[in-house]
Design a protein around this ligand. Sequence first.
Ligand code: GLA
Length: 371
Amino acid sequence: MLQQYFAPGRVNLIGEHIDYNGGLVLPIAIAQGIGAKVLYTGSPEVRIRSAGMKGELAVNLLEETFEKRPEAWMNYPLGVIKYLLPYIQSHTDGFDAELHTDLPVGSGLSSSAALEVLTAYILLNMGSRQSNTDGIQIAKLCKQVENEFVGVNCGIMDQFAVSMCKAQHALLLNCNSLNYQYVQFEPEGYSLLVMNTNKPRTLTDSKYNERKSECMHALALINLKRGNQPIDNLCQADFNWLGYIKEPMLLKRAKHVITENYRVQAAVNALEAKDWYEFGELLTQSHWSLRDNYEVTGFELDTVVNLSVRASGCLGARMTGAGFGGCAIALVETTKIGHFIEQVKPNYDKATGLSLDILVTRAENGVHIKI
Ligand code: GLA
C-alpha cells in the first residue's frame, strides 16, 4: 500500500543562535516541506529518489557499509538509516520512496532537518508520533546524524521543530532541558510573511562554527570569574556578568545571546497577551542584535528588514535561521499585504540585483502521514 508522508520546513519566530547556547527558541512548522510517496517492500532494499535531485540512494539494510555518497542530499537519509538500524528489522523494513519538495534548499527553512526527520518516520513506519517521547528521541537522533555523519555542527532546534510542532501554535523549547510547551500563534488581523532573499548562504558553516566557539570562549571567561559556581551555558548567565568579558567582540556575542534569550520570554508574554505590537517590536530588536552584536545578517537580510520595518502595516521583521542570507520574516497587517509587497519587493530587487520571493505562512503541524 502506498503511504504519503510530509515533513515541513520551519521558521524560527525568535531565539536565534540560542539553541547551542542552551536557551529558549520559538519556531513554527510551515506549510512548505518535503512530501514522500512510500511503498514498503518487505525486503532489505531501500530506494530514495527526489524530484530535482541527482541520482537515487540505494541501500541494502543487511549489507550497507555507510560510506558517504558524493551527492550531498543523500547523506541525510543515509545517516538516519545508519543510526536507526539497531532499532529496526533490517531484513523486512525496506521501502521505495519518491520525494518532492517545495522548500527552497539552502534558504534557512531547514530542508535538511525535514529530510532527516522524514526519513526516520518512514523507516520506523510511524504514521504519526506514537508518543511525544518518540518525537523527541527522533529529533535527538537526527541532530546526532547531522553533527556526526553529515558533519554540520547545528543545535537541536530544527529537528525538534520538524518533529514536534503543532498547527496554530509556536513551540517554546528550552534547548538545555528539552522541556517544551505550545504557545498559541494565530495572529488575527495580521499575517506572517516569509521573504526569501535568494542570497545563497555561502560561508554559513564556517561562520556558524566560528560563532559557536566564540560563545564557548565567552562562557569560559565568565566561568573564570565565577570560581566554584560555574554555569553550563551562556543562556544561564546574568546580564550583569557581561562585565567579566573584556574582549569587545566576545562581549558583543554574549550580549546578543543573553538579551535574545530574554526577548524570547518577552515574546511569549506578548503572544499570550495578544500584544502584536510588542511582539513585532521584539522581532525587530532581535534583528538589530543579530546585525550589530552577532554579525550574522549581511547586506541582503539588512536591506529586506530595513525596507520591511519602514513599510506601512508592518509590525516587525527579522532574519530567521542561521543568517548570512536565506530568509527573513515580517508580521504585517493582513489588509496591507499587497501594499507591503509593493513597497518592499521592487526596492529590494533594485538594491541587490536579486529577486525577493514572498509568501504568507502560518503555524502548521510537524511531520505527519497524509491520509
Ligand atoms: C541553524 C541551525 C540551528 C540554529 C539556527 C540559528 O538553523 O541548524 O540549530 O542554531 O541556525 O538559530
